[in-house]
Design a protein around this ligand. Structure first.
Ligand SMILES: [Zn+2]
Length: 321
């Protein structure tokens, strides 16, 4: 484990936000989430060092990519954000770099729409890709250092990395003037991220706000084009909101131990197969959690209207001159 200071502003004064275990794979492994007292960036501290992370990404983590053929709507929403980079290419084939491309389905989707594509993927558990170039390094280690791409994308990637600043800086260097950087991260201003235990700890190491993202982009010399708070690409369902309200009524913070066992942990503990019947068993044995899940659907709609949804999607642009 390693101790870190704020990656955005260097501040060493940190505030404790909450603690929780790894609820996906090892419930005995606990982590502390802190916020920077100066800029508001959130992060896991202390955190596993880069070399220790493989332990937190077992092959099961990547199995969800196997049926990613079903994500056409998500890819279409992602592609729509890159319209200006495509236009700017002026009839020439624009070039895309997709950071964290996993099995490569989003780059293929873009290739089918006229783009030339490259990917970047560090996980040895992602499938081999032979139909387009894939860089098997972390973005800051890419040897290329000059403007090269018309668009760079990072869908749910920057919250996983150990040095977000190096990613923003490198992305800005690699974009051609007028090129776009589109990415999606979780939103630390949202109750879902800050208080409801909806983050994937410790795979998520950083928690961004609109202001911290604007600061990273400005430091890298990129202009914000669009900031969205919706679930067009990924969802963060605000589960535990009823438990949060109940804790508030009793004037205490919501602790992880006050939240109900998640459906995922229930299925894991009982050795069930994921599916409708396991979900039904969970709902019968955890009726309050089932009601909370229904409430979460309504609360998510309210969050999107208030721009406090758990996901932020950003499109930035490198100035044309
Ligand atoms: Zn800071």
């Amino acid at each position: 484990m390693e101790q870190v200071t704020c990656n955005l502003c260097g501040e060493t004064q940190l505030t404790h936000v909450y603690e929780q275990p790894d609820t996906l794979f090892d419930i005995t492994d606990w982590f502390c989430i802190v916020g920077c007292a100066r800029c508001g960036l959130g992060f896991v501290n202390p955190r596993p060092a880069p070399a220790q992370m493989t332990h937190y990404y077992p092959p099961a983590f990547f199995s969800e990519f196997e049926n990613s053929g079903a994500h056409q709507n998500r890819y279409a929403a992602q592609a729509a954000l890159l319209a200006s980079a495509a236009e700017k290419a002026n009839g020439a084939q624009p070039l895309l770099l997709d950071i964290g491309c996993a099995n490569g389905d989003f780059p293929r989707f873009m290739r089918d729409r006229g783009w030339r594509v490259e990917g970047l993927e560090v996980s040895p558990n992602a499938l081999a890709i032979t139909d387009f170039p894939v860089h098997r390094v972390h973005l800051p280690e890419l040897t290329l250092d000059a403007p090269h791409y018309d668009a760079i994308t990072a869908w749910a990637v920057l919250e996983h990395v150990h040095d977000p600043r190096a990613y923003f800086t490198k992305a800005a260097k690699l974009l051609k003037p007028g090129g776009q950087f589109a990415f999606l991260v979780t939103n630390f201003e949202s109750l879902s991220s800050r208080a409801l235990f909806n983050e994937d700890i410790p795979r998520h190491l950083y928690f961004f706000t609109e202001n911290t993202l604007r600061a990273y982009l400005a430091d890298a010399g990129l202009e914000v084009q669009k900031i969205l708070f919706d679930q067009a690409i990924f969802e963060m369902t605000p589960v535990n909101v009823l438990y949060y309200i109940w804790a508030k009524l009793r004037r205490r913070p919501l602790l992880w131990r006050d939240t109900p066992e998640s459906r995922h942990l229930y299925i894991q503990r009982k050795g069930l197969t994921r599916g409708a019947s396991a979900t039904l068993r969970y709902a019968i044995t955890h009726p309050l959690a089932a009601i909370d899940r229904c409430a979460a659907m309504l609360y998510a709609r309210w969050q999107m209207r208030q721009k406090s949804y758990g996901i932020i999607t950003v499109v930035a642009r490198k100035p044309a001159s």
